[in-house]
Design a protein around this ligand. Sequence first.
Ligand SMILES: NC(=O)c1ccc[n+]([C@@H]2O[C@H](COP(=O)([O-])OP(=O)(O)OC[C@H]3O[C@@H](n4cnc5c(N)ncnc54)[C@H](OP(=O)(O)O)[C@@H]3O)[C@@H](O)[C@H]2O)c1
Length: 329
Amino acid sequence: MHYLPDAGRYQQMEYRRCGRSGLKLPAISLGLWHNFGDSTLLENSRNLLRHAFDRGITHFDLANNYGPPPGSAEENFGRILREDFYAYRDELIISSKAGYTMWDGPYGDWGSRKYLVSSLDQSLKRMGLEYVDIFYHHRPDPETPLEETMGALDHLVRQGKALYAAISNYPADLAQQAIAILRDLGTPCLIHQPKYSMFERTPEDGLLEVLNQGGVGSIAFSPLAGGMLTDRYLQGVPQDSRAASGSRFLNSDQLTEEKMAKVRQLNQLAADRGQKLSQMALAWVLRGDRVTSVLIGASKTSQIDDAVEMLANRQFSEQELEQIDAILV
Ligand SMILES: NC(=O)c1ccc[n+]([C@@H]2O[C@H](COP(=O)([O-])OP(=O)(O)OC[C@H]3O[C@@H](n4cnc5c(N)ncnc54)[C@H](OP(=O)(O)O)[C@@H]3O)[C@@H](O)[C@H]2O)c1
């Protein structure tokens, strides 16, 4: 059926300036790591994208290797883009990345200029795009000089294949160096994409400060710890959940009694605030306005609704923040 987006979509979302750039991002962005590969029915993926856009989510995050198989999320996204979003390309912020293993041999991995330039060309073909809005180096490369990797990002922006350059998974010290190199090249780093949630607080040890001082935005990936910070696993492991899917990133071994005890306490605190745990977990990442956007995953449209409805209740009292800290130690 022909897709006509909800006319009220921009009234439901908050758009936040990304660092010291001209770009605003939705407070909630949607990632296509899961549920967009060939193992998911295309119609499910299509519904998720339509629903997200209807609710004001303008930013879709991809990477060369998302699937399975690798590349298929970009292909499926490209098809849905052509069929449903063709008229709305300029209302969307589309990102991709290269940095993890993508193809055989020495040129399909890590951070060489060779890998980044050819990978982005492949991504553009798969998605049927002339340019992506944001292109990331996906993870630091211990061997390639940072100048080469950042030089490749600068080159791709100057070629018009990406509008903005970005980094992901860089620790604070390397992020600081990368930001300085990109600034000197005249292509400022737009945003950093770290893993950040109640269960993964490493960015608080310097990274968020580096980004703030550098005028670089941040988008927190896996803000729900892959689903652990929700009510999904309170009554066991549902058949249709990520933990039951054989994921090596989230499986029942990780749902330890210790973790689940914390989840139950957090769930009670969220109930006391009149919201779901997933909503409190997202609001917590956005607290203090140090993070530009939370980058969620979703397997159901109702999960997108939960996230957007969080925006109505995202303030914390000092006491609530202390209670959360006490649960998380
Ligand atoms: N840069 C990187 O290295 C990197 C790495 C990982 C991810 N990412 C990006 O971050 C995005 C998000 O990652 P993620 O999927 O791990 O994020 P997440 O938001 O922590 O987890 C998403 C999962 O949580 C469950 N969920 C979401 N909302 C829920 C709700 N309201 N109630 C119950 N369960 C809910 C769903 O799992 P079920 O499937 O069980 O329903 C959903 O697939 C990715 O798509 C990708 O774009 C980037």
